[in-house]
Design a protein around this ligand. Structure first.
Ligand SMILES: Nc1ncnc2c1ncn2[C@@H]1O[C@H](COP(=O)(O)OP(=O)(O)OP(=O)(O)O)[C@@H](O)[C@H]1O
Ligand SMILES: [Mg+2]
Length: 336
């Protein structure tokens, strides 16, 4: 089965042109002609990772690998002289083919560094080593990803879903107010931490980091836009068409996240990513309440479907609308 959390690099259609990035949980594909991608820099049965034990820029001693995604690997590292744990995202090889990538990397990392909301990961530092390794140092999170939580716990109770969704919306609210769009909201980019009596304290990761390689094509659709980085399971229709995205693409993805949490399923599946994307463009989702009628209230069902409207004009126009409705449903204030 195709891993819905994996980042996928789609350089061109038709499907036979697909290449696959490998996400944190691996990528198994049925009937998908995947080739190793330039972004897939981990090789099976390879030699020991030369970065383990290395000190990056005299500051970050790499302790162990935590995971990997479409852009590279994530390591646990110790920052000197503070002796604090950090997560270090090290970009994979292949980015040097596109000079625009670096420009975007530094620009977007600097923008992301402005986010300070408690539900958003804190970015500490970013840079490049003398031998050309690009890295981002961020808060180390001792928790599990939302994808891991859903795998372990199955569909989540609606009160829990609302609690998680509201925190995602609060994180988005700050970003959107600063003009930052996430563009790749998916369960692997949401972490749940235990904080005091809250077992589901949310941190949203990977805000606005470079998602496009080899240039964007604002006029074209994804079929000729170069390589798109992101998960096809959570992609908004306008992203698939490569129309310039605004905050409403994050609202669509939040709707898909809600759907997934409530039902344990993503709304659209197919063997090939291109077919998933086509469904986002053209197919109406089965209403979540139809899948779990006893567990999902009608109001919440409607919130999910409104977030997932194909036309962005028909969605909530801001994350506040979705959060407020969820909040109203639970009669709980959507405060910061
Ligand atoms: N700050 C962090 N603290 C702890 N673990 C992290 C942190 N950032 C990432 N991880 C872990 O590393 C894994 C890989 O993250 P990464 O962002 O590289 O991949 P991804 O989210 O699966 O795909 P993508 O490249 O599309 O974002 C995550 O799923 C998570 O388990
Ligand atoms: Mg990620």
């Amino acid at each position: 089965m195709f891993d819905r959390n994996a980042a996928i690099a789609i350089p061109s259609m038709p499907v036979c042109g697909l290449t696959g990035g490998v996400g944190s949980h691996g990528l198994e594909c049925v009937g998908m002609p995947l080739q190793p991608s330039v972004t897939d820099f981990h090789s099976v049965g390879a030699e020991p990772d030369p970065l383990l034990g290395r000190v990056i820029n005299d500051r970050y001693k790499i302790v162990e690998q935590i995971g990997h995604g479409g852009m590279g690997r994530v390591y646990k590292a110790l920052q000197a002289p503070l002796d604090r744990l950090v997560a270090l995202k090290v970009l994979g090889a292949g980015h040097d083919r596109d000079p625009n990538f670096y420009k975007r990397f530094f620009l977007e990392a600097s923008v992301t560094a402005k986010l300070t909301h408690p539900n958003t990961i804190t970015l500490y530092d970013y840079g490049r080593t003398e031998d050309g390794i690009f890295f981002i140092a961020m808060e180390y999170l001792n928790g599990r990803t939302l994808s891991g939580a859903m795998q372990q716990d199955g569909p989540l109770a609606q009160e829990r879903v609302i609690h998680i969704a509201q925190q995602i919306c609060r994180s988005l609210r700050e970003a959107h107010a600063l003009g930052i769009i996430h563009r790749d909201l998916k369960p692997a980019n949401v972490m749940l931490l235990r904080q005091h009596d809250d077992h589901d304290f949310v941190k949203v990761l990977d805000f606005g980091l470079v998602k496009f390689f080899h240039g964007e094509n604002p006029e074209g659709d994804i079929t000729n836009a170069g390589t798109f980085m992101g998960s096809p399971h959570y992609i908004a229709p306008e992203q698939a068409r490569n129309q310039s995205p605004d905050q409403r693409c994050d609202i669509y993805s939040t709707g898909v996240l809600l759907y997934h949490m409530l039902t344990g399923k993503v709304p659209f599946t197919a063997a090939a990513p291109v077919d998933i994307i086509l469904k986002h463009l053209h197919e109406a989702p089965v209403p979540p309440r139809q899948l779990r009628p006893d567990h999902i209230a009608e109001e919440l069902n409607d919130v999910v479907l409104k977030c997932m409207a194909k036309s962005r004009e028909e969605r909530f126009q801001s994350e506040l609308g979705a959060a407020a409705l969820c909040a109203g449903y639970l009669a709980e204030p959507a405060s910061d």
